[in-house]
Ligand binder design. Sequence first.
Ligand SMILES: [Zn+2]
Length: 305
Amino acid sequence: MSMITRRMLMTGAASLAGAAIAPRWLHASMQMGGWQVDTLSDGNLQLPADFILGPMPAEEIAPILARHGIAEGAPLTPPCNVTLLRGQGRVVLFDAGSGLAFQPSVGELPDALYALGVDPADVTDVVFTHAHPDHLWGALDDFDEALFYNARHYMGAGELDYWSDPETVNTIGAARQAFAIGAARRLEMLGDMVERFEDGDEVLPGVSAVLTPGHTPGHMAFAVAGDSGALMILGDAIGNHHVGFEAPGLPSGSDQDQGLAAQTRLALLDRIVADDMTVVGYHLPGGGIGRAERMDGAYRFVQAG
Ligand SMILES: [Zn+2]
């Protein structure tokens, strides 16, 4: 694991140039609406089980976890899938990964991009779903400069306002205080590189913002329209492939507003199935691309391919 910095790139010191793509980095691909869609791995988070499952009734989720081979109390290791859209003269990232300051098992996005032959300088747009560490912190390199220094960065207006507010660190609660400090600092460093958008805005050609609050106050998903179908970039609106689909109404410890997040998840799943959309989730397995199917009064995630 190594952060590729702006300085390394300028001096050609990065060693991965021209290397064949490593399968562990490039996970899933599809075409949608004139875009080549790929997901790139930033690595895996290491989370105590309670971080997600803590508020859930143990007897209700036990069969779901068993079905997915997750032992009771075992740490969760969700993958982090950054979505890359290429086409129409643009190179677009949905979220920027963790960088190297969050957890040792993430921060691999720069390596994944390099292996794919995409230079950070080529990235034209970075669109954030929300401002949590595993989505935002990778936007800066080790020198606190924008890693994607030619890109316009976009964040939903409500999300940007919330994490830029100096009061947030005092009101968010001890468990998320580091998130607030980290987000505020990075948003300040990015400064006027970050542009705001609202619910429903077309942030890129054929890509519309969908306000999906609860996980964070201003979380955004993105609907990508195609000729024969559509793709929903979920971010963390559905944060895992087990309880997130199979018990979507239960409160999740990873959501800041657990009740609102559950409402959002249920409404989103209803729409995804009704509209027969493909989904890509930041923390879903196998690269994160798949579909939702109704099952036993709830849903299940079906991986593509
Ligand atoms: Zn996340």
